[in-house]
Design a binder for this molecule. Structure first.
Ligand code: DGL
Length: 269
């Protein structure tokens, strides 16, 4: 077996992709990972497609320069708008994330589901092709939740402000009888506790991150790229902006471990 102890590269516009990183790290605990947060250009959700493609290509190049063996685009906005370009341009395997419309539509009992995502994701062709395929029998309500990205980037989850903003988004959806809410942005799993205060158990929250970790494992195995069991794992976190935002989030969601390193990369943003 061909073993590769090179790292898995993961990127997002900011801290949101950590929700994907957590699942990958849980499933593949002996793999090294380089995480890149493009905080200098966050949020991606309001940017033009060309800008998102440009930032995603820079993030990918950065991770390739760090020796990564596969790139996980831990951002729905970047996947929806840029992954086709990235696959054509860079000779490395990619895994992307798009809102989990299919499982939500298949499992819905009320026949009404909602997708909470950035405007960039909701207007993309990739997302709309999937949505059309699954909205024949299911009513799909689209909700732009860009404001929630700032809430997570500023560490405001669990505050009154977060709950208030979420109530404005979610109450009309409950009145509309949704039974599935798709978390179509990787920042949103960090709001699950706040969302649950509003929905209780009446709504299933669909987060594709565990499936993305499974997909990453599948591709690494298929390409004979799994790290050896005795790999000296290293996790490196980089930010194109202020590293403290990322460090605080890692501290809160996983704890800072001796094999983790944090640095800023402000050169080319
Ligand atoms: N975390 C991102 C996503 O999944 C991007 C949020 C943003 O930068 O607007 O879409």
């Amino acid at each position: 077996m061909n073993v590769s102890n090179k790292p898995i590269g993961v990127f997002d516009s900011g801290v949101g992709g950590l929700s994907v990183w957590l699942e990958i790290d849980k499933l593949l605990p002996n793999e090294s990972i380089v995480y890149y947060a493009d905080n200098a250009n966050c949020p991606y959700g309001e940017k033009t497609r060309n800008e998102v493609v440009e930032y995603s290509a820079k993030a990918t190049q950065f991770l390739i320069d760090k020796g990564c063996k596969i790139i996980v685009v831990a951002c729905n906005t970047a996947t929806s708008q840029a992954i086709d370009y990235l696959r054509k341009t860079f000779g490395i395997p990619f895994v992307g994330i798009v809102p989990a419309v299919k499982p939500a539509a298949i499992n819905s009992k009320t026949g009404v589901i909602a997708i909470l995502a950035t405007s960039g994701t909701l207007k993309s062709k990739k997302f709309n092709d999937t949505r059309r395929e699954f909205s024949r029998k299911t009513e799909v309500i689209l909700v732009e939740g860009g404001e929630l990205v700032d809430i997570v980037e500023n560490g405001l989850q669990g505050t009154k402000q977060s709950e208030e903003v979420l109530r404005n988004y979610i109450n009309p959806l409950i009145e509309g009888h949704i039974d599935h809410l798709v978390l179509g942005c990787t920042h949103f799993p960090f709001l699950i506790e706040d969302i649950r205060k509003i929905t209780g158990d009446s709504v299933v929250l669909d987060d594709p991150a565990p499936a993305i970790a499974q997909r990453t494992k599948y591709i690494l195995e298929k390409e004979n790229l799994r790290a050896s069991p005795d790999n000296q794992k290293k996790i490196e976190f980089f930010s194109s902006g202020n590293i403290e935002t990322l460090k605080n989030m890692v501290r809160n969601c996983a704890g800072i471990k001796p094999w983790m390193k944090f640095a800023e990369n402000k050169k080319e943003n």
